[in-house]
Write a protein that binds this ligand. Structure first.
Ligand SMILES: [Zn+2]
Length: 342
């Protein structure tokens, strides 16, 4: 299985975020890339640089005003006297129906859900290359590869069509799915990250042309709090095409695999041509976020269960933070996928 990744994805280097109100070092660091690359190489994967796919596949998911904001906000922010070195919002609209603000501070609040997605000089470029890695992996699967891995960083699944959040700017999994749709494919997205894929859900919530299924720590007391509950099933044409499986905190391999079996049934019933897996490795028992308790061998079992669906699969990296086992967890997943059914 090929790994798609570009060095430009390293240059985004966020410094801080607020956790329970306290300023903390941002855990979505460039070093994640080194660890994930090592894990992919250990699994026997060949590293391939994606092409520049331009804005078209990104604009198929995100709004024009949001993309203009992401591209230009850092320079505009620097002109504000006394502004922070990174773009971080301090005010948000209570509802999204209000007026679109003209000011940089107002737009930051409009387009950024929280303080975990600081924007600096290189953020836009890194986010574009991360999205292009996902597009290139989708292209590899369209060209006949059984599976492809996009080492997407920054990650994407908390990004809505016009809102960044939770370390995410461009929704790489959604961009890959939309790119596959353009080719006439029927697509399902399975999100196994520790956190609910709220941005992905939001993008497809009113649509029946992409099935979205997410396994995650129960948001009743966990990020992203406002989304990810079992009764969120989609709306309008999309009703019945969104499926959430919230798990109790500290759920381990057995409980995770049970939920995955239910998710797999739902995906099989939808009968997609291609599956996009939003692969968070932060469900790991030793991840700094500490929400679930999947083991390193557990990731191979999860991958095997996904591979058993027998679908061409685009694997898109989401979360998974620095810990000694981060590389091994990716090796376990990619190896588990490759070995399944052999
Ligand atoms: Zn996560």
């Amino acid at each position: 299985m090929k790994t798609f990744y570009a060095d430009e994805q390293k240059s985004h280097d966020p410094k801080m975020f607020l956790s329970s109100g306290a300023a903390q070092p941002n855990p979505e660091v460039p070093e994640r890339i080194e660890r994930l690359l090592a894990g992919a190489i250990a699994a026997g994967s060949e590293i391939v640089r994606p092409r520049n796919h331009g804005l078209r596949p990104i604009a198929a998911v995100h709004t024009p005003e949001y993309l203009e904001f992401l591209e230009g906000i850092f320079l505009r922010w620097q002109r504000i006297e006394g502004a922070s070195p990174e773009v971080i919002p301090n005010i948000h609209p209570l509802a999204r129906g209000g007026r679109y603000p003209a000011s940089a501070v107002g737009q930051a609040g409009y387009h950024m859900a929280d303080t975990a997605c600081p924007i600096s000089a290189d953020t836009w470029n890194s986010a574009c290359w991360s999205a292009w890695s996902a597009v290139e992996a989708a292209d590899a699967v369209l060209a006949g590869d059984r599976a492809a891995y996009a080492l997407c960083r920054p990650p994407g699944h908390h990004a809505f069509a016009d809102v960044a959040g939770g370390f995410c700017f461009l929704n790489n999994s959604a961009i890959a799915a939309q790119h596959l749709l353009k080719d006439g494919k029927r697509v399902a997205i399975l999100d196994v990250d520790l956190h609910h894929g709220n941005g992905t859900q939001g993008i497809f919530y009113g649509r029946a042309d992409v099935l979205t299924v997410s396994l995650h720590a129960d948001p009743v007391r966990f990020y992203p709090f406002f989304w990810g509950h079992a009764d969120e099933r989609g709306e309008g044409l999309g009703l019945g095409y969104n499926h959430n499986l919230p798990l109790p905190r500290k759920t381990g391999d057995t409980g995770f695999l049970e939920a995955l079996t239910a998710a797999a049934k739902r995906i099989s019933a939808y009968a997609p041509d291609v599956l996009v897996v939003a692969l968070g490795l932060d469900a790991f028992e030793g991840d700094p976020f500490g929400g679930l308790s999947v083991s390193t061998p557990g990731f191979a079992r999860i991958a095997a269960a996904i591979a058993d669906l027998g679908l061409p699969t685009v694997i898109v990296q989401e979360g998974g933070y620095l810990c000694d086992e981060l590389s091994d967890n990716l090796t376990s997943f990619l190896g588990g996928f490759a070995n399944a059914g052999r």
